[in-house]
Each structure stands twice: as C-alpha cells, then as structure tokens.
Design a protein around this ligand. Structure first.
Ligand SMILES: NC(=O)c1ccc[n+]([C@@H]2O[C@H](COP(=O)([O-])OP(=O)(O)OC[C@H]3O[C@@H](n4cnc5c(N)ncnc54)[C@H](O)[C@@H]3O)[C@@H](O)[C@H]2O)c1
Length: 376
C-alpha cells in the first residue's frame, strides 16, 4: 500500500514530505519565532480524521473546533457513537481502514487505548498521506517502536508521525524551563522528585484497558517533562505494585555535565488527580516547585521567594495543554517534543528494563537526545 494511495492536497498533505524542523529547535512547547509564525498554507482547510472517541477525544474536539482552518472529516470508533462537531455530526466509521477508503485527511489523530497505538499508527502511515498525531505514549513496547522504525525508507516517519506529549506544553513547565534558562547561576539540576497521582482506582479494569498501568500512563508524561529540563540517560531502578496501579522508578540524567537522579512516583490509588515536580539546584540551594494540576510554580532559595507563576483559572488544564500543542503541530515547524526522535528516546527509557547494578548491557540507556527540547 505504502504512501501511494492518497495524494494529500491540503496544507499538511502537500508539505509533509519536506523536513519540518530545519530551523532552530524550539523548546518544549515554548513558542519560538518559528512555531509562532503562521504558515501561509494555513488559510487552506485542514481535514482531520479522529480515531477513538473516548475521554481525551473530547479535549481534541474542543481545541480543534476553535481552529477555523480545521474541518472534521470523519470519526472512527467501534464502540462509541459519533460526536457532534460545531453542531454537525461527521461521517462515522467502526474501522479506520474503512474511513481511509473514503477520505483523504491531512491529519489523523489517534486517541485510542494505548496498546492499539502502534498498529493504528502503522495503518495510518501506510494507508494515507496524512500527518499522524498519536496520543501518548506512542507505543506500549520496544517491538512496536522497532516496527515504526522499520517503516523508515518507505514512509517519511520523521516528517509525518507525531506524539501528543501534551505535558510539555503545560504553562508551568514552559515557565519553569524559562526560569532555568534565564538563571544559569542556579547551577545544574541536582535532583528531581515527581509524583503523578490519578484516582483511576475508581475506574477499575477500565483504567488498565485504556492506559495499561500507572507507569505506562504517567511515566511517559514524567519523562517528557524531565526532557524539558535535563537530559535523561537511563533507568536506574523500577518497582511496581498493585498490579501496576502504582510504581516507583528512578531515572538518571545529565544537567550541565553533572549527573543527577529523578525519583518518579506514579499511582492510581488516590482521592483526586494531583501532579507535582520539584527540582533542586544544590549549588545554589534553589528549589523549583511546579504543580501540574494547578498549573502553578515557584522558585525559592532558603527563606526567599525568587519567582512565582500563577494561573488565571480561565482555561481548563487539558485545553491549556492541547491548544499550544495543536498550534505547534499545525505549523510548518512542529516542536521537536512532538517528533519521532523524542518519542523514540522517551520510549526507549519508558519501556526498557532497568539495568541491574554493576551489569553492563542494553539496560535502560538511551541514545543521545535529538535536539535541545528545552534542556539546559
Ligand atoms: N484521558 C486522559 O486524560 C488522557 C490524557 C492524555 C492522553 N491520553 C491517552 O489517550 C489514549 C486514550 O485515552 P482515553 O482516556 O480517551 O481512553 P478511552 O478508553 O476513554 O477512549 C478510547 C476510545 O477508543 C476507542 N477504540 C478502541 N479501539 C479502537 C480502534 N481500533 N479504532 C477506533 N477506536 C477505538 C474505544 O472504543 C474508546 O471509545 C490513551 O493512550 C491515553 O494514555 C488520555
């Protein structure tokens, strides 16, 4: 089938085989001149196909509906009914292949359970010429990553495949990345502690079916957040409990040529959603605290408040992530944090077995990061 079936004529369909990131890398959702600039082609409609009409699809639809250039071409879900989009109901299919027989989308959004991402991404890349946005995590195992890599040569994987690392676009993360960049006197980030809690215990088996495990679901967010601040290098240890509903991972990283450890706690045994990350800069004794649930942050040095970030409460949290994500994705230079190289590095870390102490080998070590991606 390859890329031959459809000749995309929309703005993304025409341009996607050219390198999209030839300019300077932007930084984890921070708009640079390149990502802020609206390409001339964006006056043309962008035909979108949405695959999976579950919980997160609602946010995609809300943000897509705000963008005047977007047309919702079709939706796909074998179980859920068609959603309404700007007051109309688009053609709805039970199977993506059937939809791609009838439509030539410019963008396919895959918002299905995690363990279906790989096979749907391959089918979307080979069965259309569209740009493909896959919900995080891109894939659920390393074999699936290899399957995507194997497409390179026949499909422009780097130019067409993107992963919705939405946390990297959260306002408090962008604020924190800017603080670190603008305050070199703080020194390297010497330790990080991150805790992501979701009350999915109430959703029982459904949570495992949609998201796999707490580490599968939130670990990938934590790693994409880490990549905004430091260069993650390997997993040092991993423990999971409660059939995967809670976990404790340690990830090593490099910050300004200093090595550090990030302690990553994920759990679904929680009364409500609560997500925070704390970064410590031992050389200056600065602490940077970011609250991803409230989208707030502050930096303190001993008893002094150095800087703070608040939120006006006007924008729901997920909309605050996906609005800049789509702004970047639909530009001519999507942020590298959405790109295949970053997703591959995140997956290598996320799905790798941690290296036992003192044992050489593949372990959780990853190849060098592809771009700055906001790291300092
Ligand atoms: N819920 C969130 O807050 C959130 C946030 C960010 C990312 N995500 C990611 O998005 C993905 C979906 O999460 P969700 O919460 O929307 O799950 P969900 O279970 O609510 O929705 C998934 C939908 O996909 C449908 N589906 C299953 N197989 C399909 C197929 N082959 N083709 C088309 N549709 C299919 C299901 O019927 C269901 O309606 C997961 O990978 C998750 O990690 C979720």
């Amino acid at each position: 089938m390859g890329d031959r079936r459809h000749q995309g004529t929309g703005p993304l369909g025409r341009g996607h085989s050219a390198p999209l990131t030839s300019g300077p890398a932007s930084s984890c959702g921070t708009p640079t001149r390149a990502t802020r600039r609206r390409p001339e082609t964006m006056s043309e409609p962008v035909r979108v196909g949405l695959v999976g009409v579950g919980i997160i699809a609602r946010t995609h639809l809300e943000v897509l509906a705000e963008r005047p250039e977007v047309r919702l071409d079709f939706t796909v879900d074998p179980h859920a009914g068609p959603p309404s989009f700007r007051g109309a109901v688009p053609p709805h299919y039970r199977d993506m292949t059937e939809a791609l027989e009838a439509h030539q989308p410019d963008l396919i959004v895959i918002a299905t359970p995690t363990d279906t991402h790989a096979h749907l991404a391959v089918a979307a890349l080979t069965g259309s010429r569209a740009r493909v946005l896959v919900e995080k995590p891109l894939v659920h195992d390393l074999d699936s990553l290899d399957r995507l890599r194997a497409l390179e040569g026949t499909v422009d994987v780097r130019g067409r495949l993107f992963t919705a690392h939405h946390f990297a676009f959260s306002p408090e993360i962008r604020w924190a990345a800017r603080q670190i960049a603008e305050q070199p006197q703080w020194g390297p980030v010497t330790s990080i502690t991150s805790a992501f809690h979701d009350p999915y215990i109430l959703r029982g088996e459904q949570a495992f079916a949609s998201y796999g495990s707490s580490w599968m679901d939130s670990g990938v967010n934590q790693l994409s957040v880490l990549a905004c601040f430091v260069e993650p290098t390997e997993l040092a240890s991993a423990q999971e409990w409660d059939d995967g509903a809670s976990a404790w991972y340690v990830c090593r990283y490099r910050s300004r040529d200093r090595l550090g450890s990030a302690r990553l706690r994920t759990s679904w045994l929680a009364g409500s959603s609560s997500k925070q990350t704390a970064l410590h800069f031992a050389d200056s004794d600065v602490e940077l605290w970011i609250d991803h649930t409230a989208m707030t942050g502050f930096a303190a040095q001993e008893g002094t408040l150095l800087a703070s970030h608040g939120d006006d409460g006007q924008t729901p949290r997920k909309v605050a992530h996906y609005r800049p994500l789509y702004e970047s994705l639909l530009s001519d230079r999507p942020d590298p944090v959405l790109g295949f190289d970053v997703a591959a590095r995140v997956t290598e870390l996320h799905r790798a077995a941690p290296r036992p102490a003192g044992v050489a080998g593949r372990g959780g070590r990853v190849s060098p990061w592809p771009s700055r991606c906001g790291r300092r």
